[in-house]
Ligand binder design. Structure first.
Ligand code: CDP
Ligand code: MG
Length: 140
């Protein structure tokens, strides 16, 4: 249903630092139900495609290199008002600007290496979920 799902990735530096379990705990504590989850690694080509919307931005190549640098967790999450509520749970892109207690405030290393992705609209949540998961990998 439109409006009750969002898509997230736990990014490479957070997985490498051993923070994936704590981040998944925070997501569940935040009222989200996990309806799909996998450990995977993006090739540079797939990372480039996922972030294609940013291809003219100065940080694009760095972002592609970073997001393909190691394993990530990809997940689909369910909750009323999922997109907006998940953006609130993770906090601002730059952890220096993220509210106290948010996932990025707690776990991000920098504005680039900021622990988690969260979709920015219902439309992108669907596109991003379908980028990583087939229909039979999403439950419920
Ligand atoms: O992830 P979010 O939607 O908060 O931010 P974005 O503007 O969609 O940017 C996507 C990702 O690019 C961020 O999460 C950062 O990892 C990275 N980024 C960066 O490295 N430098 C910036 N000035 C802005 C974003
Ligand atoms: Mg974004």
């Amino acid at each position: 249903m439109a409006g009750n799902r969002t898509f997230t990735m736990i990014k490479p530096e957070a997985v490498a630092a051993g923070n994936a379990g704590k981040i998944i705990d925070a997501i569940i504590e935040g009222g989200f139900k996990i309806v799909a989850l996998k450990l995977t690694q993006l090739t540079p080509e797939r990372a480039g495609k996922f972030y294609e919307v940013h291809k003219e931005r100065p940080f694009y190549q760095e972002l592609v290199d970073y997001m393909s640098s190691g394993p990530i967790y990809a997940a689909v999450l369910e909750k009323d008002n999922a997109v907006a509520d998940f953006r609130a749970l993770i906090g601002a892109t730059d952890p220096a600007e993220a509210a106290e207690g948010t996932i990025r405030k707690r776990f991000a290393k920098s504005k680039a290496e900021n622990a988690v992705h969260g979709s920015d609209s219902d439309e992108n949540a669907t596109i991003e979920s379908n980028f990583h998961f087939s229909a039979d990998e999403i439950v419920g």
